[in-house]
Design a protein around this ligand. Structure first.
Ligand code: CO8
Length: 256
């Protein structure tokens, strides 16, 4: 499929997806969200993709938020619909995607941009990154899951302060409080993301899909039950046989 606002490069089972609206600092407009939604639907079925890396084009911005110009004249019902539709078709889809999604944050990650990074399974940032939820400066609150995901990552008190003040975190501060996993120089960002992705791609994709499901269930009441069911399910899979046999035969596993 052709995408207007995404550049997709697939190498060694890793899809590097560059959000490409540099003139608007890669702000999420309707078309870009639609491209992302279609990409994730296709990538789910694509056996050539085991890991996805999301980044922004240019060296200034990952994503500077939802496209403000697109919703500035919306009323309550259109605003609510925009948030609900975006959450279902992109943000929740990414969080529940059965293959790991790494956000490589190469600059501003603001509003919907930070929400996109938080919906991803892992975040690494370049030293110049700035992360924040400035929606209250527009008379809004985060609408793509930010009020739910930020407190889980950095704690309720810090999330309240960040959302009320609209302050941006530096990359270093974001790492200190657990908002990003690692910080690297900008020129190293994609290499580092690829390195992590390559390591993941060598492991059992069946097991990783179940790990995502179980870890996501830790937010819900039945998390332990999901882990038990997923754990049991994996005993019937070829990867379990290959992984344990490889260990016993003292060789590296070859997961299909
Ligand atoms: N939407 C639309 N256009 C944008 C956005 C955006 N979020 N961010 C930047 N742009 C555009 C600018 O308008 C400008 O375009 P032009 O050249 O045509 O004037 C271009 O990108 C470059 O931006 P700047 O000139 O402003 O660049 P600076 O380096 O001076 O500043 C900043 C960079 C600090 C990132 C600044 O652009 C900024 O503050 N941007 C807005 C950040 C923001 O408030 N983001 C949150 C948006 S709201 C949101 O994400 C809500 C999510 C939930 C929605 C749920 C559904 C309702």
């Amino acid at each position: 499929m052709e995408y207007t606002n995404l550049i997709i490069e697939i190498t060694h089972k890793v899809a590097l997806v560059t959000l490409n609206r540099p003139h608007a600092l890669n702000a999420l407009n309707k078309d870009l969200l639609s491209d992302l939604s279609h990409f994730f639907d296709a990538a789910k079925e694509d056996s050539q993709i085991r890991v996805v890396i999301l980044t922004g084009s240019g060296d200034k911005s990952f994503v500077a938020g939802a496209d403000i110009k697109e919703f500035s004249d919306f009323d309550a019902s259109r605003g609510q619909e925009l948030a609900a539709q975006g959450q279902a078709s992109v943000f929740d889809k990414i969080e529940n995607f059965p293959k790991p999604v790494i956000a490589a944050i190469n600059g501003f990650a603001l509003g919907g941009g930070l929400e996109l990074a938080m919906a991803s399974h892992m975040r690494i940032a370049s030293t110049n990154a700035k992360l924040g939820l400035p929606e209250v400066t527009l008379g809004l609150i985060p609408g793509y899951g930010g009020t739910q995901r930020l407190p889980k990552l950095i704690g309720k008190g810090r999330a309240m302060q960040a959302i009320f003040t609209a302050d941006m975190f530096t990359a270093e501060k974001a790492m200190e409080i657990g908002l990003v996993n690692e910080v690297v120089q900008q020129e190293e960002l994609i290499n580092r993301a690829q390195e992590i992705a390559a390591k993941i791609a060598r492991n059992s994709s069946v097991a990783i899909a179940k790990a995502i499901e179980a870890i996501n269930a830790s937010d819900k009441e039945n998390g332990f039950q999901v882990e038990i069911a997923s754990f049991g399910h994996l005993f019937d899979q070829d990867d379990f046989m290959e992984g344990t046999t490889a260990f016993i035969e003292k060789r590296k596993p070859n997961f299909k």
